[in-house]
Design a protein around this ligand. Structure first.
Ligand code: SF4
Length: 505
């Protein structure tokens, strides 16, 4: 049986979809993977005619077309999915977090909708179709039979992640959008879109249950437990050896895990020793949670090549932390940042995530966050997100009840979560995130007399200082410090995005 899998994501990592492709291939089926990366998260747009036509052309000889999507890719995926049965007469499968929290809506656009983990459900579905049977009784799947929908139960999550094959980076029957056309993947294109970086994941689940996060939504489906699972070190190393041996353009790795540092010190030491011996490339870990950071674990990882981390802080305000159900004390956050600072020769610019635009925050809460930023060792970089109420989360329910969300498609699916409101306080967040502000100036900038007046016209000057000026200074620091990989990668990503934008204009 031949299956096409379509990734609408900004980048081409798509670890979940690539793993499902490998599961299907292992079960004896053929897959095509189609990556449609974009220069920016242009959520509201449908695909231009040429791109849609190229994708349909690639799918014309397959038996099933699958889409992997988050809420932000809903509009694009829905438009393209409509064409599949209409123009090709093929059935459509949808999977991903959006389908898990919105199966009712998803089944209107697909014949099969996968809730939760799709690795086993996809294989069972394709096996059944290949055997000429009418799909039925497959756990995790909603199946449309004419006007009826068969809603099957959810199977337990996969306890042994080592039984899953590695993500499919074979490039066999892989296609990618490049310069306005969807073309066969080549090493050159893979290099262009990966831009030195390979992303791996050692675990699934999360130990926390933040009220805005997909894991909050997953807990409603899988029960209240954290559902955390980890691959063995050997299984991870097998995947990475393939990368080392077959993808020479990869210069560093990113472990995209939610709770990497929650592993035992024995696991981290074993991981570090094997990584150093067998792989040896610099690496970064995302998803650090402040409560899990310890000096001995950080030291072991630095010794193995850890050169950067990304940690969620989200807010420094007690009120907001309660809303997010992330009661992590400021002292714990500062302690974690201080540990990174001890290794500043290696971890040069830690990245922290913060959330702005929370409608339940007061200006006093925002001031608390600025004050936390003042306490963190510098330098660091912050990625600011605009709070988005993803369906299935507790905050979505609250925002909906309070009328903050009026139109899900406009206010959530098509919202650019990286575009924060242009307010004075948000401008200050950029400034305080970039520079330590002397106390007398801090006092003036945060004085109630100014804050209450809401001088939002100052957003851009403050943002300019906190973003382009600051990143420019960090770039110069990297150049003079001989750290060219980040500068080079940044320049290449900018160039690639410029090319993609020009081609898609
Ligand atoms: S720690 Fe991060 S990944 Fe885990 S629930 Fe909170 S936001 Fe989600």
């Amino acid at each position: 049986m031949r299956v096409a899998l379509i990734s609408p994501y900004l980048d081409i990592y798509s670890t979940g979809m690539r793993t499902i492709s490998s599961c299907l291939r292992k079960a004896g089926h053929e897959t095509k993977q189609i990556f449609i990366p974009s220069a920016s998260e242009n959520f509201e747009r449908v695909y231009p005619e040429q791109i849609a036509s190229d994708v349909l052309d690639i799918c014309k000889d397959v038996d099933l077309v699958g889409f992997s999507l988050m809420s932000n890719h809903f509009s694009k995926s829905a438009a393209l999915s409509k064409d599949v049965p209409e123009k090709l007469g093929k059935p459509v499968l949808w999977g991903g977090i959006h389908c898990t929290v919105r199966p009712d809506e998803s089944i209107e656009h697909a014949d099969y909708v996968c809730l939760g983990e799709g690795d086993d459900a996809a294989v069972e579905l394709v096996d059944m179709l290949a055997a000429g049977k009418k799909p039925t009784g497959i756990q995790n799947l909603w199946i449309r039979h004419g006007n009826e929908v068969e809603k099957n139960s959810i199977r337990p999550t996969i306890a042994d992640l080592d039984r899953l094959p590695h993500p499919d980076y074979s490039m066999v029957n892989h296609f990618i959008l490049n310069e306005g056309r969807v073309v066969p993947m080549t090493h050159e294109l893979q290099e262009k879109y990966l831009v030195y970086k390979y992303m791996a994941s050692c675990s699934r689940g999360c130990i926390l249950n933040c009220s805005f996060c997909c894991h909050n939504a997953y807990r409603k489906i899988y029960g209240t437990g954290s559902n955390t699972r980890r691959r063995s070190v050997e299984h991870v190393m097998e995947e990475l050896k393939y990368v080392r041996d077959n993808m020479p353009y990869i210069r560093y790795l990113v472990f995209d895990d939610e709770f990497f540092m929650d592993a035992s010190i024995d696991y981290i030491k074993d991981f570090s020793a094997q990584y150093k011996e067998k792989i040896g490339l610099p690496f970064m870990v995302t998803g650090f949670i402040p409560v899990t950071v310890t000096e001995d674990k950080t030291e072991a990882l630095v010794d193995a090549g850890l050169f950067n981390i990304r940690m969620g802080i989200q807010s420094g305000a007690q009120n907001t932390k309660r809303i997010y159900r992330r009661n992590i004390a400021d002292s714990v956050i500062v302690r974690a940042a201080t540990i990174f600072d001890k290794f500043r020769t290696n971890i040069r610019l830690p990245v922290y995530d913060m959330i702005l635009d929370n409608p339940w925050e007061t200006d006093d809460d925002r001031v608390e966050t600025m004050q936390l930023l003042q306490k963190l060792p510098r330098p660091f970089r912050i990625i600011f997100y605009s709070l988005t109420f993803f369906p299935g989360t507790d905050l979505y329910t609250r925002a909906k009840e309070e009328g903050i969300i009026q139109d899900d498609i406009r206010d959530i699916y098509q919202k650019d979560y990286l575009r924060v409101n242009r307010t004075y306080m948000n401008g200050l967040a950029y400034l305080f995130g970039a520079f330590r502000i002397p106390k007398p100036i801090e006092k003036v900038l945060l004085s109630p007399a100014i804050v209450k007046r809401k001088p939002d016209f100052l957003f851009y000057p403050l943002w300019f200082l906190g973003r382009p000026v600051y990143l420019g200074l960090q770039g110069l620091r990297d150049i003079f410090g001989g750290n060219f990989i980040r500068v080079n990668r940044y320049a290449r990503v900018l160039l690639r995005n410029f090319q993609v934008r020009a081609a898609n204009a």
